[in-house]
Write a protein that binds this ligand. Structure first.
Ligand code: PLP
Length: 450
């Protein structure tokens, strides 16, 4: 045996792997996944786990979609790479399709990750204003608890302090407003007294800052990773109205909510809003290859058509729009249409919501929230004063689910006062029985650790 073969996988992992977002201690015993089938992961020891998080909110069509692998292979042997300063067939195909799914004409800038899609959007927003003679507009407003990416402006737009500490100062000009967190309303309102103060707050900030200094608002249709915070009806429409009043662009981050996760093609299509720029990644390829897109309405794009110096977007991305990734994305969307995936997702939403309702009576459950086929279950140790469940007990809940063969998510340790939300975002191909198994595991965990 070579020296490497004599070591176990876990030892080899410990020798050289630096795990994402994991404190050292918890990185020492990772689940080492060897293979996957449909919605089930198998670790190196052969244990099976139902993946209720679709990896990192992305494996929407599950792990066994041969057609996606074939699309990648075919493209790789036909034409593996060319930069998008020129063009290629699959990039054109997926750009047409995204524009079609959004409705209305868009131009699409392709990149590799949600972070890059948002970076691109923010650059476009600032340059758009500059090209129209409003170069004073550079500020961006996002929300506390939101996540928009791991670097640069996307991290600056993120509203989770733990992700930023030690890496600051970041790009200047980023402001945050309180999130639409109805269970712990930042404005102290109750269900019946709510006047959407969290939306009106944008108006105040823009006025106080000076509208002519604000370039864009960036927001998800619902805050996903920051705890599944679902706004009251009318919120997104009100934010759109305020953006229009102040001449501010609205960027909607569909990195998680896009591609039927919400039951519609894009999350914002559940509301009556037309964003100026839409960013997307993850589910665009159903997680099979990295791809991201920044879709820009033509009214915005047209401003970049001038002949003068610095009128074009000076933004380059070596691997953005990789042909195989585009081919996989085009195939993903084709399969979703062919299989009328929206109908299946809406059926799953109904079944999930029934099971979520049952959780409301469990003593540890403070709040239950869902949007499309994703959900957050906020756990508390005391329902009366809403004390968040202790992080170690949270850990035990997740461990219990894992022991029962179900991987459930948690909204990270990234928000000091709010890492107590279980998250669910199962693949769209889960069976009814598998969905029940996910909820059986959660119910069992909540009753066992209580
Ligand atoms: N935006 C949202 C809403 C996300 O959830 C994420 C990642 O989880 C990102 C952006 C960043 O995407 P990526 O990790 O692909 O850079």
């Amino acid at each position: 045996l070579s020296e490497n073969k004599a070591l176990t996988w876990i030892e080899r992992d410990r020798e050289h792997m630096w795990h994402h977002m994991q404190p050292f201690a918890s990185s020492q015993n990772p689940m080492i996944v060897a293979r996957a089938e449909r919605a089930t992961l198998y670790d190196v020891e052969g244990n099976a786990y139902l993946d209720a998080m679709s990896g990192l909110w992305c494996m929407n069509l599950g792990y066994s979609e041969r057609a996606l692998a074939d699309a990648a292979y075919e493209q790789m042997v036909t034409m593996p790479y060319y930069p998008l300063s020129q063009s290629h067939l699959k990039a054109i195909e997926i750009s047409e399709k995204i524009s079609d799914w959004l409705g209305g004409k868009h131009h699409i800038f392709l990149s590799n990750s949600g972070t890059e899609a948002n970076e691109t959007a923010l650059k476009i927003a600032r340059q758009y204003h500059a090209l129209r003679g409003e170069g004073t507009r550079y500020k961006v407003i996002s929300r506390y608890r939101a996540y928009h990416g791991n670097a640069g402006s996307a991290l600056a737009a993120t509203g989770q302090s733990i992700r930023k500490q030690n890496y600051e100062p970041l790009t200047p000009g980023f402001l945050h407003v309180p999130p639409p967190y109805c269970y712990r309303c930042p404005f102290g309102q109750k269900e019946d007294s709510c006047q959407l103060e969290c939306a009106s707050y944008y108006d105040q900030v823009m006025t106080w800052e000076g509208s002519d200094t604000v370039a864009a608002v960036i927001l998800e249709p619902v805050i996903t990773g920051g705890g599944v915070l679902v706004p009251k009806p009318g919120y997104l429409e009100k934010v759109r109205e305020i953006c229009d009043k102040h001449g501010v662009l609205m960027i909607v981050d569909e990195v998680i909510c896009g591609f039927y996760r919400s039951g519609e093609r894009f999350g914002h299509q559940n509301f009556h809003v037309k964003p100026d720029i839409v960013t997307m990644a993850k589910g665009i390829t159903s997680g099979y290859l990295p791809l991201a897109a920044t879709a820009v309405r033509d009214e915005i794009f047209n401003v970049f058509k001038g002949q003068g110096e610095f009128t074009h977007l000076r933004h380059l991305n070596t691997f953005g729009g990789n042909p195989s990734a585009c081919a996989v994305a085009a195939k993903t969307l084709e399969l979703m249409e062919e299989r009328q995936i929206g109908t299946r997702v809406r059926a799953l939403m109904e079944r999930m919501n029934e099971r979520l309702e049952r959780l409301r009576d469990v003593p540890l459950v403070g709040d239950v929230r869902s949007f499309g086929f994703l959900a957050g279950v906020e756990l508390v140790s005391n329902r009366a004063d809403k004390t968040p469940l202790d992080p170690t007990v949270m850990g035990r809940v997740l461990a219990h689910c894992k022991q029962r063969g179900v991987i459930v998510g948690r909204n990270g340790d990234t928000v000091p006062e709010g890492n107590n939300v279980l998250t669910l975002s199962p693949p769209f191909i889960v069976t009814d029985e598998e969905l029940d198994r996910i909820f059986d595991a959660i119910e069992s965990a909540l009753h066992t650790v209580a």
